[in-house]
Design a protein around this ligand. Sequence first.
Ligand code: ALA
Length: 408
Amino acid sequence: MGLDPVAVREDFPIFQRVIDGHRLVYLDSAATSHKPNVVLEAEADFYRMHNANAHRAIYTLGEEATELFEGARATLALFLGAPSPATIVSTRGTTESINLVAHGWGRKFLKPGDQVLLTEMEHHSNIVPWQLAAAATGAELRYIPLTDDGHLDLTDIEQLLTERTKVLAVTGMSNVLGSMPPLRLLIDAAHAVGAVVLVDGAQLVPHHAVDVAALDCDFLTFSGHKMLGPTASGGLYGKDELLASMDPFLGGGEMIMEVTREGSTYKEPPFRFEAGTMNIAQQIGLAAAVRYLEAIGMDAIREHEVALTRYAIEGLQEMGARIIGPTDTAARGGEVSFSYRDIHPHDLATSLSEDGIAVRAGHHCAQLVMRRFDVPATTRASLYLYNTTDDVDALLDGLEKAGAFFGD
Ligand code: ALA
């Protein structure tokens, strides 16, 4: 049986909110998702019953905290098809994970003349860390362009992906366009020229089953708060040998073997990359989110979102909205960017908010995409497992109302 979003909503206390007399119509899960009771309880239970620092204490609470924190790592490893928990580094999310790789791997291994291949659909968090690494090492950045319908334009891929390419960093699902690049094909092509591949999974992992072993990516980054987990939860998957070859990102307590006046030696991964007190409660909450997603089933979630995305795109098109991104739902997720008449996205979002409808308006931290499609900003409705066709209908009604108010 398919997913029942109405039943799912019962698990999320926030949907009891009434905003200015309206029910909450939340269409901004690409920015952050809401949290079911099981996640809120898991985090609160840690603080109520087990709170202590992990990896440091020999007393009962300390052992429990360590066990729960390491248990969360094991849960994430299984969820992503990773070969062992040691290949999962706990981080505050995708931004930190990409910075970790750009710093720990990029600054160590990139040399002048090497190339870093990105795409024009990347979020700033998968551009800026590489710009910093390129500036520090003398490497060059190159970009895979986009087609008019918002997919990667792979026409010149053989000129872009060469033996000079040392790393390909690519999103698994665009936060603006929704497009899903052909990861397997890109990973195989990158490996054929000796490049490593980082997949930005911030939008992909919450919405689509991911198996890092089958994908054969070298790194995968993800954010817990976009997949029903707490803010400041998330992680980095990295292949064993790559993580082992990397320099630490942050220095501090618990990531060292020995510290002398002259220098330090470091622990093996993942602990080498986990300096200081970690996001213990958040990772425990994230593990609860993963168990919740698994109980519903990632395939059921994907199926629900494909149908709802199709419904939203068709409804928007019927109203004359311009969809910025692919309209075919086969290779895209539920991040639906659009412009409507000539109404500025901020005006549109403000007008929708008056009816309790939450959408994001702006450049979505993806200015290269805005430039490519020649728009200063878009309005974006993003869908998740708790959204219904009623939510989409509310959006369409809200647009009609805004159109009457701002229209010509
Ligand atoms: N990256 C998040 C978004 O696309 C914040 O909204």
